[in-house]
Design a binder for this molecule. Structure first.
Ligand SMILES: Nc1ncnc2c1ncn2[C@@H]1O[C@H](COP(=O)(O)OP(=O)(O)OP(=O)(O)O)[C@@H](O)[C@H]1O
Length: 867
């Protein structure tokens, strides 16, 4: 696979024109587009996207060229791609994608994709072989259905009479499978092989009809499901390979196989998330909601760069939709999202939600790579191996010099492998260093802050439409949220370490298999081969030497033969000797080459040894990592236990505080009521006293008038004198009563003031944090109160004090009036109203009677009390 480069999800907004209902309702436009900019305003919100179409933005007709055509080009280079249409019901998703059976399909994106695909295939078909497959599925109620399966679909009728499309025996929902290398597939989905534009268009039409029929059955609700139309493009490029032996083009062609998929997704209406239950289709609503909710969560998780770097868990597995689109979001795909919105003010809220959703999607980073599939890669490897074997064969045929060549090549390969291993080892070391750094950070306690922050942000970034989740978070007690954050962090760290461990294991396996290749049976075979060769050469050398000796002996034996014959024979023998000597030197050379080969072999053995050492090192790393995982888990367990203990303690304290608060509230209430009652009593006494004093002033004035010349008859003066005495006595009693209330009130006030001062002192102490070690009784009771309870008590005391002060003020004023009056009547002046002896006698009699009556009453009260 080629190295992946990050590329963000591209987001375009498509604003459709007003449609029938909106026009008849007289809706107003609530979405505006900034001229010349891909910027959309709705209310006070403003968003910038990659492109904006319709309603003053670019014309909708250029959407395909600008957004989707580059994806089609990428498909031919082996890149996966996805186009997602998102938006509320009726916002124009189906229209934009072009899967509608009622609209003119040709303007939609899918028909344009199909046209472009076949146009390109036509121009490239000479050098490349193409194969196209399409599949069309929908996700309904968390079940994946095949829209190209020609078997009939059953119908269920709900008690309300709504027809519901459902699976029937023989057409079960499709199952999602994940291969060991993380590739998601749909088991048993229909993949139709198509070779013409017409065939592909027919598939789209059939699938769309199948989908919309279901929708019509569902009580006229439009496409409730998520529909995914997938085009798979397989290509076989023929390329000529270069010979490894002589760097010339090989006779046979090597083939490059590319396979890429284009998903065209029409999502269900986004507003349904809120309408669950209102139309009696609660279950269905929840499932549709689940896909979109999970999609939102995936977008949130991927859209936050910091969280992504921290390796935050992405909840792809929360719904079928997100599992199937796993590669399109943050994975191996180039992705475009088209956010469809209505311009009408009645849809303003939904349009705003769509724009917010889409805006977050812009932050997602994908990593598209060319999908050269495994078979193709394997084939390339095999071709290389074939070339290598061919070269080796040639070398063996040609002799030892070529053997050296082969061995040299082999050593080069070994050295390259060794270099790769060293680089990987280096990577592991640096990753381990990062891991250790994180761990030490966590031990220092920095992690705590970081994690709770991470946790908080994770929840804060959730969409407001999913506020249920937010409520859950806000309901958590601070201590609990800390635990959750730490747990989240622990799970993440464990996950990362597990992944590290898996990778280490994988690389270890890989290295061990390479090791086998380098140092195993192959090396042994080579060694034997060279030893055998060496022996053969030795034998050859020995035979040649024997031949030479034999010839030399023969030359001597024939020395006596005739000169001519001898001359001839000698010449032949000399030639033979020369040939033999050449043969010997050749054998010697071969021997030298063999020695050289053995040296090379030793070097390759050394490389194998180094590899072995590296494997040992990786193994040690693995053990260390496993130990770290264990240690970390233990540390976390201990930390969690202590946190739980603390939490328990806090809860206990909370309950105690609550109880105390209730008690205090009751006390406050009781005290307030008592004070109020007393104040009321005092007020009544004051009022009465005031009335009496007022009445007295009037009577004094009347008397003075009578005294000055208008002599009343004796009978009337006696009555008024008696009245006057009664009044005087009542004033005296009331003054006494008010004074008594006054003193009681003074006591209450000083008790309240004392408690208030004490409480304020304690509050100040606990605020400053310098709680004295030795505290008096009053302090210790108040210190144990929670700050809130203390505040409440202070407020209540202050209120009672002000009430008491007001009552006291009123009493003081009346008492001073009474005193003033008393001062004015001292001595004889009091009796100035008695003008004659007979009046004095009658008054005396009256007073005597009153005194007697009072004493009788006192006696009766005493006796009734003592009984
Ligand atoms: N760009 C457009 N120009 C003209 N008419 C449009 C456009 N977009 C949508 N419409 C019309 O608006 C109506 C609703 O569109 P459509 O069915 O595509 O909405 P939808 O988002 O797919 O709804 P649902 O989620 O319910 O499937 C249709 O009648 C369609 O013809």
């Amino acid at each position: 696979m080629e190295a992946a480069e990050n590329c963000s999800v591209k987001v375009a907004v498509h604003i459709r024109p007003f449609i029938g209902d909106e026009r008849t309702q007289g809706c107003k436009e609530c979405v505006t587009v900034t001229t010349g900019k891909p910027q959309v305003q709705i209310g006070t919100h403003s968003f910038t996207f990659d492109q904006v179409y319709g309603n003053g933005g670019s014309p909708s007709s250029s959407m395909f060229e600008e957004c989707v055509a580059p994806l089609v080009d990428g498909l031919f280079q082996g890149y996966n791609a996805t186009v997602l249409a998102y938006g509320q019901t009726g916002s124009g998703k189906t229209y934009t994608m072009g899967t509608s059976t009622k609209d003119d399909c040709q303007t939609g994106l899918i028909p344009q994709v199909m046209n472009e695909l076949f146009k390109k295939i036509e121009t490239l078909k000479r050098q490349t072989e193409f194969q196209l497959h399409v599949s069309f599925i929908e996700i309904l109620r968390e079940e994946v259905r095949d829209l190209l399966n020609s078997e009939p679909v059953g119908k269920l009728v709900t008690p309300k009479g709504n027809a519901v499309k459902t699976a029937v025996p023989g057409r079960p929902p499709l199952q999602i499978r994940e291969s060991s290398n993380g590739i998601i597939t749909l088991a048993g989905s229909t993949e139709v092989a198509v070779s013409t534009l017409q065939e592909m268009a027919t598939c789209l039409e059939h699938g769309s009809i199948s989908r919309s029929t279901g929708s019509t059955n569902m009580n006229n609700q439009s496409s409730r499901s998520h529909a995914i139309f997938t085009i798979t493009l397989e290509q076989m490029h023929k390329t000529q390979s270069i010979s490894a032996v002589n760097n010339t083009p090989d006779e046979d062609m090597s083939e490059e196989y590319l396979c890429a998929k284009l998903h065209l997704v029409d999502l269900a209406g986004s507003e349904r998330a809120k309408r669950t239950g209102s139309d009696g289709l609660r279950l269905k609503g929840i499932h549709i909601n689940r896909g979109l909710l999970a999609l939102g969560n995936v977008i949130n998780a991927l859209g936050n760069e910091k969280k992504r770097k921290e390796g935050m868990h992405v909840p792809y597995r929360d719904s079928k939709l997100t599992r199937l689109l796993q590669d399109s979001l943050g994975g191996n795909s180039k992705t475009v999202m088209i956010a469809c919105i209505s311009p009408a003010d009645v849809n303003a809220e939904e349009s705003l939600n769509t724009l917010k959703y889409a805006n977050r999607a812009r932050n997602i980073q994908n990593k598209p790579v060319v999908n050269r599939d495994l078979i193709s890669t394997e084939m390339q490897k095999m071709c290389q191996q074939l070339q290598y074997l061919r070269a080796e064969l040639c070398a063996r045929v040609r002799g030892p010099t070529s053997d050296v060549q082969v061995l040299k090549e082999r050593i080069t390969w070994l050295e390259a492998t060794n270099e790769d291993l060293r680089r990987e080892l280096h990577e592991y070391c640096s990753r381990r260093a990062v891991l250790e750094c994180c761990e030490s950070g966590a031990q220092d306690g920095h992690a705590c802050f970081m994690k709770s922050d991470v946790h908080k942000r994770a929840f804060q970034s959730m969409d407001s439409s999913y506020c249920q989740m937010d409520e859950v978070v806000s309901d958590e007690k601070p201590g609990e949220s800390d635990v959750v954050a730490k747990e989240l962090e622990h799970a993440l760290r464990q996950n990362t370490m597990d992944r590290e461990l898996n990778e280490l294991n994988k690389h270890l396996e890989q290295k061990e298999s390479e090791m086998k290749l380098v140092g195993g049976a192959d090396t042994e075979a080579l060694k034997q081969h060279f030893q055998k060769k060496f022996m053969e050469l030795e034998e050859e050398k020995r035979i040649v030497q024997q031949d030479r000796d034999r010839f030399l002996a023969a030359v001597e034996n024939h020395a006596a033969n005739s000169d001519a014959q001898r001359q001839k024979r000698q010449e032949i023998n000399v030639q033979k000797i020369k040939a033999l000597e050449a043969q010997i030197s050749d054998v010697k050379k071969k021997q030298e080459n063999q020695v050289e080969l053995l040296k090379q072999k030793k070097r390759s053995d050394a490389a194998a040894k180094r590899l072995q050492a590296e494997i040992q090192y990786i193994k040690a790393q693995k053990v260390q990592l496993q130990r770290k995982i264990k240690q970390e888990a233990e540390q976390f367990r201990q930390w969690k236990a202590s946190r739980e203990k603390e939490l328990l303690q806090l809860r206990k304290e909370g309950r105690r505080n609550e109880y105390e608060r209730h008690k205090l509230e009751a006390l406050n209430q009781r005290q307030k009521m008592v004070l109020q009652r007393k104040t009321e009593e005092a007020t009544i006494a004051i009022k009465r006293l005031k009335e009496l004093l007022e009445a007295h002033k009037c009577s004094v004035r009347d008397n003075s008038v009578n005294h000055n010349g208008h002599t009343p008859n004796g009978q009337r003066n006696e009555k008024s004198l008696q009245k006057w005495v009664d009044h005087e006595l009542e004033v005296m009693v009331k003054v006494c009563e008010v004074r008594f209330e006054y003193e009681k009130q003074i006591q209450v006030q000083s008790a309240l003031a004392e408690e208030l001062t004490l409480l304020k002192e304690v509050d100040q102490l606990s605020l400053n944090g310098d709680i004295p070690h030795r505290v008096n009784n009053g302090h210790s009771r108040l210190l144990s109160m929670s700050p809130n309870a203390r505040m409440e008590r202070i407020a209540s005391l202050e209120y009672m004090l002000s009430m008491s002060t007001n009552a006291l003020k009123a009493m003081v004023s009346q008492l001073s009036d009474a005193e003033e009056r008393e001062c004015g009547l001292v001595g004889r002046r009091k009796w100035n109203q008695v003008h004659s002896l007979s009046e004095a006698k009658s008054l005396l009699q009256y007073l005597f009677n009153a005194t007697a009556e009072s004493r009788r009453m006192i006696w009766r009260l005493r006796t009734s009390n003592s009984n």
